[in-house]
Design a protein around this ligand. Structure first.
Ligand code: NAD
Ligand code: UDP
Length: 338
């Protein structure tokens, strides 16, 4: 007999997923982490791997999963542009088939199910800052579309399962989040700038650096996840979770250079296609319904992130590939060990 709440976390070996698994273990839950290790890392689970209330299953969410659980956090999906653009068809399948499989599982076992959606559903927004009521400005056929449209379709599925099958859903729209355990070569701006600064390489600003993002520290975000999951059943979202403090990419580069005491030069490279000009969440809904708002300022969060990457790089670890594994390699491993 299970006395603890059994919580499934898909994508649990990734950046956000591993922090979430740790938090849930600390709260006394039995955590089942499902991951195909496309971008996830075993070392992210070092603190909990041997915990008696932790289970790890190597599995691809594009395939059905039959287990028993009370809650599901569906995080499985590569999140950085170079990762999700590496195999765009698989990215869409992960969002869409993954959502169908997790919703089907939730329906069978009557679990509550949380979807890690994204600010990318707003595309290159024409309304600023972005409230949840904004429908977005998304290119359906560009190089970011596999991610943006996959996540939009997943939201559609969540709301149809909610209306049609009365499933208890929680949809969070996550804005740029950073912190320890980001993949060092994932090309995301915070990890890239910190790794470049620490290794004395040029810091690459794409475009002129006037585009903006709003950066949330990982601990703040995980607090928002847990509060949303624990909120009453009539709170379903979509709900923006992110830090409303907006920074230009140039200001971020300067802060990283200063905090790392780096001698790196800042250089400019062409802006990637469909790169959003600006992004800033309206978080009134989360503030009013969850009593949640971020507490960690960018400089404090950057200091913790820099300390993590300093340790990782000084350990000579890891000899990372920018794109860790091909999908076929991941699939072969997943099937081989299933
Ligand atoms: P991440 O790449 O570190 O983690 C994703 C995890 O999912 C990895 O462990 C990966 O191996 C796993 N995965 C990928 N495809 C899978 C599949 N088919 N089956 C099983 N596992 C699979 O990324 P993250 O930053 O931790 O993002 C987690 C979730 O949050 C994603 O859904 C992402 O879209 C969403 N999100 C993140 C951010 C952010 O700023 N970090 C912003 C918006 C949304
Ligand atoms: N960016 C940059 N240099 C880099 C990596 C990213 O200037 O080395 C820019 C990128 O063009 C974008 C912003 O930083 O304008 C955030 O990029 P990221 O990939 O982290 O997130 P997203 O674009 O998905 O918000």
């Amino acid at each position: 007999m299970h006395l603890e709440k059994r919580v499934l976390v898909t994508g649990g070996a990734g950046f956000l997923g591993s922090h979430l698994c740790e938090r849930l273990i600390a709260e006394g839950a039995h955590v089942i982490c499902v991951d195909n290790f496309f971008t996830g890392e075993h070392r992210n689970l070092d603190a909990i791997r041997t915990h008696p209330r932790f289970e790890l299953i190597r599995h691809d969410v594009c395939f059905p999963l039959y287990i028993e659980c009370d809650e599901i956090y569906n995080l499985a999906c590569p999140a950085s542009p170079i990762h999700y653009q590496h195999d765009p068809v698989q990215t869409t399948k992960t969002s869409v088939s993954g959502a169908i499989n997790m919703l089907g599982l939730a329906k069978r076992v009557k679990a509550k199910v949380f979807q890690a959606s994204t600010s990318e559903v707003y595309g290159d927004p024409q309304i600023h800052p972005q409230p949840e009521s904004y429908w977005g400005n998304v290119n359906p056929i560009g190089i970011r579309s596999c991610y943006d449209e996959g996540k939009r379709c997943a939201e559609t599925l969540f709301f149809d399962y909610h209306r049609q099958h009365r499933l208890r859903i929680k949809v969070a729209r996550i804005f740029n989040t950073y912190g320890p355990r980001m993949h060092p070569n994932d090309g995301r701006v915070v990890s890239s700038f910190v790794v470049q600064a620490l290794s004395g390489k040029d810091i690459t600003i794409f475009g002129d650096g006037t585009q903006t993002r709003s950066f949330c520290y990982v601990d703040d975000l995980i607090e928002g996840f847990v509060r949303l999951m624990e909120s009453p059943d009539d709170i379903v979202g979509p709900m923006n979770l992110g830090n409303p403090h907006e920074f230009t990419i140039a200001a971020l580069a300067e802060a990283v250079v200063e905090l790392t005491n780096s001698s790196s030069r800042i250089i400019y490279r062409p802006l990637p296609q469909d790169d959003p000009r600006q992004r800033q969440p309206v978080i009134t809904l989360a503030q009013e319904t969850l009593g949640w708002q971020p507490a960690i300022q960018l400089r404090a969060g950057l200091e913790k992130t820099i300390a993590y990457f300093e340790k990782l790089l000084s350990a000579g670890n890891p000899r990372e590939r920018a794109v860790p594994k091909s999908h076929h390699e991941v699939l072969a491993q997943t099937r081989g060990r299933a």
